[in-house]
Design a protein around this ligand. Structure first.
Ligand code: AMP
Length: 303
């Protein structure tokens, strides 16, 4: 089964203690699509400006991503700039220039409207809702958001949340949306808002999945070299949704596997700036790291 991804396509300027990158390819839909493309076919809907070059398109085309839903608007591509300190879980946004993204009204091509797996990347929750009105009846809708929308568009976000299956967010955002400090209580409250699965991304510390009946904890993969955490959350969602769409089976056991594939893709993402590491992976490398995750968390029961 293919997956439909809607989100930002960006030129990012990023500084970390280990280097910097200027106006490099990024955005939630880009990271998601590249990560998901190792598991299933991906249809991307987004907008770029007139400065988006053939070489940028090629990065997506080389991974077989379907770009019929990619619009080119008059003006410049969305730009984001951020800086990280030694605590790579914390970042500061220095600048956001919406450019063509300011007037983006996603139009889902007719061909994609029957999609069964849908990823709503971190964009204005009113647009996320608008997309939900255009698709027919996806079996699995995953939504990502950020502190800005929780603060400024809470009602719109709650409306979108009422119609999705999975919400991915970080621990600060989980606390903000639920107004609960404790993450178990926070997740319980979020489950009451609509999604039947909540996944809390905790950067290098891994991820927690909550449903009505289960709790699953995945560690972060202990990496010796981390250069740029940008896009880790979207790569996580890409690995997770791509794996589920490929199996076309969402249950407790496949969700656990999908979280590890998501964590695997996030761990590759952070090993280089921009999408460099996500461009040329092999499925064998991905599987090898998935198995290392298994080994990392395995322990025997006592007799
Ligand atoms: P992540 O690190 O997975 O949370 O996502 C990072 C990506 O989100 C970057 O490549 C940015 O271009 C993109 N981004 C940052 N701010 C926004 C925003 N306000 N709307 C949409 N995308 C954004």
């Amino acid at each position: 089964m293919s997956v439909l991804a809607v989100g930002s396509i960006a030129f990012d300027t990023v500084k970390t203690p280990f280097g910097s990158a200027q106006e490099v390819l990024g955005g939630s839909a880009v990271y998601f699509s590249l990560a998901a493309s190792y598991f299933t076919s991906v249809n991307l809907v987004g907008v770029v400006g007139e400065d988006f070059q053939e070489s940028h398109l090629q990065v997506l085309q080389e991974r077989g991503i379907d770009l019929q839903g990619l619009e080119t608007g008059p003006g410049k591509t969305f730009r984001w700039s951020g800086v990280y300190s030694y605590d790579l879980n914390e970042r500061e946004t220095l600048d956001t220039q919406l450019n063509v993204f300011a007037d983006f009204r996603p139009k889902i091509p007719e061909l994609y409207r029957d999609c069964r797996y849908l990823f709503l990347g971190n964009i204005d929750p009113d647009l996320q809702w608008d997309i939900l009105q255009q698709v027919r009846k996806p079996d699995f809708i995953s939504l990502d958001t950020m502190n800005y929308w929780i603060e400024h568009k809470r009602e719109s976000l709650l409306r979108a949340l009422s119609a999705v299956h999975l919400l991915t967010l970080n621990d600060g955002e989980a606390r903000q949306i639920s107004e609960e400090v404790n993450l178990v209580k926070a997740s319980r409250k979020i489950l009451e808002l609509g999604p039947r699965i909540v996944i809390i991304k905790r950067g290098e510390y891994g991820a927690l999945m909550f449903t009505d009946s289960t709790l699953f904890c995945a560690p972060g993969y202990p990496l010796e070299f981390v250069y740029d955490p940008t896009g880790a959350g979207d790569s996580f969602a890409g690995g997770l949704c791509g794996y589920l769409a490929n199996l076309d089976n969402v249950c407790d056991s496949t969700l656990r596997q999908a979280i590890i594939f998501g964590s695997t893709m996030a761990s590759f993402c952070v090993e280089a700036f921009s999408v460099q590491r996500l461009r040329n992976l092999t499925y064998a490398e991905i599987l090898e790291r998935y198995r290392q995750f298994r080994h990392l968390t395995h322990f025997d029961d006592v007799p």
